[in-house]
Design a protein around this ligand. Sequence first.
Ligand SMILES: NC(=O)c1ccc[n+]([C@@H]2O[C@H](COP(=O)([O-])OP(=O)(O)OC[C@H]3O[C@@H](n4cnc5c(N)ncnc54)[C@H](OP(=O)(O)O)[C@@H]3O)[C@@H](O)[C@H]2O)c1
Length: 294
Amino acid sequence: MTQSADLRGALPAPLAFIGGGNMAQALIGGLLASGADPTQLRVSDPSPACRAVLADLGPLALFEDNAAAVVDAQVVVLAVKPQVLGPLLEALAPTLHAAHTPPLLLSIAAGINCASLLHWGQGAPVVRAMPNTPALLRSGSTALFATAAVSAAQREQAEAVMAMAGSTYWLETEAALAAVTAASGSGPAYFFRLMECMIDAAVKQGLAPSLARALVTETALGAARMATQKGADPAALRVAVTSPGGTTAAALAAFEAGAFPALVETAMAAAAQRAESLAQELGAEACRKQGDQA
Ligand SMILES: NC(=O)c1ccc[n+]([C@@H]2O[C@H](COP(=O)([O-])OP(=O)(O)OC[C@H]3O[C@@H](n4cnc5c(N)ncnc54)[C@H](OP(=O)(O)O)[C@@H]3O)[C@@H](O)[C@H]2O)c1
């Protein structure tokens, strides 16, 4: 695993986005804030409403037609829902290969593996990235995996794009993406669920809902800030705030009695297994079989 350096100099131009929804808008917002030339950013999306939102971000080149957006692009970010990616990419492949050098395909679609992307993209180099929802605030964590044909320069380009959404980390195996999905991809929802439970419990103990919400969410933010400081260790932080026989110890003992660590492990295993089964359901092989049956 490697973590990103400042890669703004490696930003690809032109850079195309297929799909201009939430994630594309977050990345484009980061690119513009970093001084990227908006005229080098191309986005295709079938939705006029989505294109209107994008037009408000800056003088981007906007398209209804995906093929028009990718001409001459160095990197094509695939920012559509996983279900539409296969047919979209198959339709786009001739345009990608008409270029002197096929662009790098940077897929952020959850659950679509490299084998399927290489198949649909007819061998164009592929990087898979798994961002998470805090990317919308540019506080995300993204793990990336590059296929063999990706050059060092293309790795830097992919990382430079995803760094617009927060921290970036390279993986040595694609298989690790399932664990990444379970940890950071789905992870924000676990913390949201814990916050919900804590807010509900605080209200039951008599706090006003607005106060319970403020206290719990600010505590989550403060704890996350402490845990992400250089050299910080969550276990050491927990021990430091847990006096023997005190209130925190009483709460943590209840967590242990309810097998909280085992429950978290089971939940994350379920997420990783679902990531793997989605790859089977949505991948090129499954689409081919569906086509054979039609
Ligand atoms: N949001 C996250 O936190 C997050 C985290 C990790 C990974 N991801 C992945 O990121 C990808 C994008 O997610 P998102 O949240 O940005 O989705 P989104 O907001 O729904 O954006 C996708 C956009 O693609 C458009 N689109 C649909 N079909 C298209 C086509 N054939 N050609 C071009 N554009 C098309 C959609 O238009 P319509 O709405 O009109 O269909 C929509 O505007 C997904 O694959 C998701 O798995 C997202």
